[in-house]
Write a protein that binds this ligand. Structure first.
Ligand SMILES: *Cc1c(COP(=O)(O)O)cnc(C)c1O
Length: 234
């Protein structure tokens, strides 16, 4: 087994164990393989091992990689999720090339994605990124503004608001990790109680997968545990 397929199996096992411990079905949690900084060959290798959904943070890198994967493996039909910060002048290629966007945190971005989503494509699945740890440097809508933004985004055409995404501040213990993740779950429940039809909590990375599944994550975004340590070029 290659290390990517070996790692993928180990991550699937972690998800299944955490889901079972929480009384949840393992298939209620979608594994999103975060392939940023890794090349098309790594994506093709993961796909050959049965991985279907891939997450990318940097637009140009993602577009180049999608094209390269297509030429390597024209038979593959993969699902692509944009999970990085969004500049408003970069929304069109996101609307044209992705199946999901997890990092919408303001109305202007959502409006542009709605206008630019091609009519022949299915609606773009959208999550609102919440700044759940209140960090000044992090993107995400403040919890106090979440309900208003969700209500507005839910009315936009060509988008389907699916739920919420967060990148909590790292914490050392599982108990500390669970606090912001639990708050995310409560925000999702509150929005559903207001009548919004939401089914997605995108949370959990390599270091807090178990805590996220325990708190109800329906998508975990895993990079390092599948592909290894990232090396950034300057
Ligand atoms: C890089 C990244 C991940 C994956 O993180 P790992 O710790 O490598 O699993 C998940 N979500 C977002 C938004 C990321 O930028």
């Amino acid at each position: 087994m290659s290390s990517i397929s070996h790692n993928l199996q180990a991550v699937r096992d972690r998800i299944a164990t955490a889901a079972t411990a929480a009384g949840r079905a393992p298939d209620a949690v979608l594994l999103l393989a975060v392939s940023k900084t890794f090349d098309a060959g790594a994506v093709a290798e993961a796909a050959a091992a049965g991985q279907h959904a891939f997450g990318e943070n940097y637009l140009q890198e993602a577009l180049d990689k999608m094209a390269a994967v297509k030429s390597l493996r024209p038979d593959l039909l993969l699902e692509w999720h944009f999970i990085g910060p969004i500049q408003s002048n970069k929304t069109r290629p996101i609307a044209e090339h992705f199946d999901w966007v997890h990092s919408v945190d303001r109305l202007k971005i959502a409006q542009r994605l709605a206008e630019q989503r091609p009519a022949h494509m299915p609606p773009l699945n959208v999550c609102l990124q919440v700044n759940i740890s209140g960090e000044a440097s992090k993107s995400g809508v403040a919890p106090a503004q979440l309900a208003e933004l969700a209500t507005q985004v839910a009315t936009l055409p060509r988008l389907r608001l699916r739920g919420l995404m967060a990148i909590p501040e790292p914490a050392a213990t599982e108990a500390a990790q669970r606090e912001p993740l639990r708050a995310m779950r409560e925000h999702l429940h509150a929005l559903r109680a207001q009548g919004l039809d939401l089914d997605t909590l995108s949370m959990g990375m390599s270091g807090d997968l178990e805590a996220a599944v325990a708190e109800g994550a329906t998508i975990v975004r895993i990079g390092t545990a599948i592909f290894g340590k990232r090396h950034y070029a300057d």
